[in-house]
Design a protein around this ligand. Structure first.
Ligand SMILES: Cc1cc2nc3c(=O)[nH]c(=O)nc-3n(C[C@H](O)[C@H](O)[C@H](O)COP(=O)(O)OP(=O)(O)OC[C@H]3O[C@@H](n4cnc5c(N)ncnc54)[C@H](O)[C@@H]3O)c2cc1C
Length: 430
């Protein structure tokens, strides 16, 4: 552990994008501090139980960290490659150990857990110092560059930054959870019997990396865009009073790498009341009630779930979109749909525009070509030495809904680290 409190880069938030940024800063010999409020890394990937990493384009811009993550997760039996060649199926609990393993190897990278920023001292358009709050101490820190990777924009807010306010539209949030003690072979026989639509339900057994275990994904929504075989069961659950009508809105489950008999749920949805903490807190209580309803429902209706137990409820709420930074370039839906090219792209991706609505048939999933993102969308327009990455990307609401997936968030962290390195080498003073 270094004693100095002066860094080249301070990254606030050790989640999906923050870890990618820290890894690349460390690899590029930048003296780096990573601050995380939890007692482990990973953010939505660990605390939020968000699995798997969504498949996006195969173009390899700023994917060093992603590749390192997959390679290391493999070593800890925390990863599988699914049949669509998506190698981003990870184990959220083991990932905490995987991330420690990746990031604890660098002498020029300090990690502070259970730490938050208490205060920011600015001079004109630059952050000079920050004061950190740990359990017992407050520590002053100096750095040349700062990166907000908090997902919420808490750090940018402390810096007095503004966020983009272009719409009243909101993404629905989700409190994810995991059930264990499931007979997955029995369940996959059941689900394949009732649903033969490969777009919705599919299973996979890979002898090489899963010890011959079977993996699967399936889903159901109340939207009429597709025929959802499971919706008949959900309707029955509602009619018998086990589920409530909104529970039908979105139901998605995946098996988990390296966790035989465990199933990750991408539900229940939560109304987005972030701006009203009282309503928001009531929503969380209702979400846990819904989790118990899903638990009772699956035990009764799904073959293989008879002995299910609740093993984990996310400790970080799945907030899809909260604040987007006012950046030097506000990336737009038109940029995505026209597949606009940029000189030095941060990423190249094709994950669709994906908006989760609370209205039946209101959700949007629009396919795209390969689009790129410029670094200027990660640079604060108000503070010269501040970058904002991951969910905070400076984009309009629709463009954000495509950019927010994990692989793209990681590329943002990596691109900013490389950009800072170039800035430091080309400037003697900022
Ligand atoms: C319900 C849901 C389902 C999703 N499904 C998928 C999916 O299947 N596949 C996919 O690829 N993407 C999915 N996404 C998108 C993706 O998971 C997120 O957009 C992405 O992980 C965000 O990364 P981030 O780095 O911005 O934030 P996070 O990963 O949330 O990281 C933020 C970190 O900052 C820390 N932090 C916050 N405030 C402070 C502070 N003040 N001081 C210190 N630390 C702080 C947090 O503890 C956390 O570790 C989903 C998102 C949601 C919400």
């Amino acid at each position: 552990m270094q004693n100095s409190t002066k860094y080249d880069v301070v990254i606030v938030g050790g989640g999906t994008s923050g870890c990618a940024c820290a890894y690349n800063c460390a690899k590029n010999n930048l003296k780096t501090l990573l601050i995380e409020k939890n007692n482990f890394l990973g953010g939505l990937m660990t605390a939020g139980l968000v699995v798997p990493i969504m498949k996006s384009s195969t173009k390899n811009y700023n994917c060093d960290y992603y590749n390192k993550l997959i390679q290391t997760a493999k070593k800890f039996s925390a990863q599988i490659t699914y049949k669509d060649k998506n190698d981003g199926w990870l184990n959220p609990e083991l990932l905490k150990i995987v991330l420690d393993d990746i990031l604890s190897k660098y002498n020029n990278l300090d990690i502070l857990f259970e730490t938050e920023v208490l205060d920011v001292i600015k001079e004109d358009r630059k952050i000079k110092n920050i004061i950190l709050k740990t359990n017992l101490l407050s520590i002053p820190i100096e750095a040349i560059y700062f990166v907000d990777a908090t997902g919420s924009g808490e750090f940018s807010q402390l810096c007095g930054c503004n966020f983009i306010t272009d719409t009243d539209q909101k993404q629905q949030n989700t409190l994810r959870f995991i059930l264990g003690n499931i007979d997955i072979d029995k369940f996959t026989k059941f689900i394949l019997k009732i649903d033969n639509n490969e777009d919705i339900t599919n299973t996979y057994r890979n002898e090489r990396d899963t010890n011959n275990e079977i993996h699967f994904t399936t889903a159901s929504t109340w939207d009429s865009s597709k025929i959802w075989a499971l919706d008949e069961y959900l309707k029955k659950g509602v009619n018998e009073g086990i589920l409530k009508e909104p529970d039908r809105s979105y139901f998605q489950i995946f098996s988990i790498a390296g966790a035989k008999g465990e199933v990750a749920f991408n539900c229940p949805r939560i109304n987005n009341y972030i701006e009203n903490p009282f309503k928001y807190s009531l929503e969380l209580i209702e979400a846990r009630r819904a989790i118990y309803r899903f638990y009772e429902f699956t035990k009764k209706y799904f073959d293989g779930f008879e002995n299910a137990i609740i093993v984990n409820i996310a400790t970080q709420t799945g907030i899809r979109e909260q604040n987007r930074i006012k950046s030097k370039y506000i990336y737009s839906k038109e940029d995505i749909l026209s597949a606009k090219k940029f000189k030095t792209p941060v990423l190249e991706a094709n994950y669709p525009i994906d908006i989760h609505s609370d209205k039946k048939d209101g959700s949007i999933l629009t396919k795209t070509l390969n689009y790129q993102l410029p670094i200027e969308s990660l640079m604060s327009d108000e503070i010269d030495n501040l970058y904002a990455i991951g969910k905070l990307v400076g984009a309009d609401f629709s463009a954000h809904s495509a950019l927010r997936v994990q692989k793209s968030c990681m590329s943002m962290g990596e691109a900013v680290a490389k950009h800072i390195k170039n800035e430091l080498f080309s400037n003697t003073e900022i």
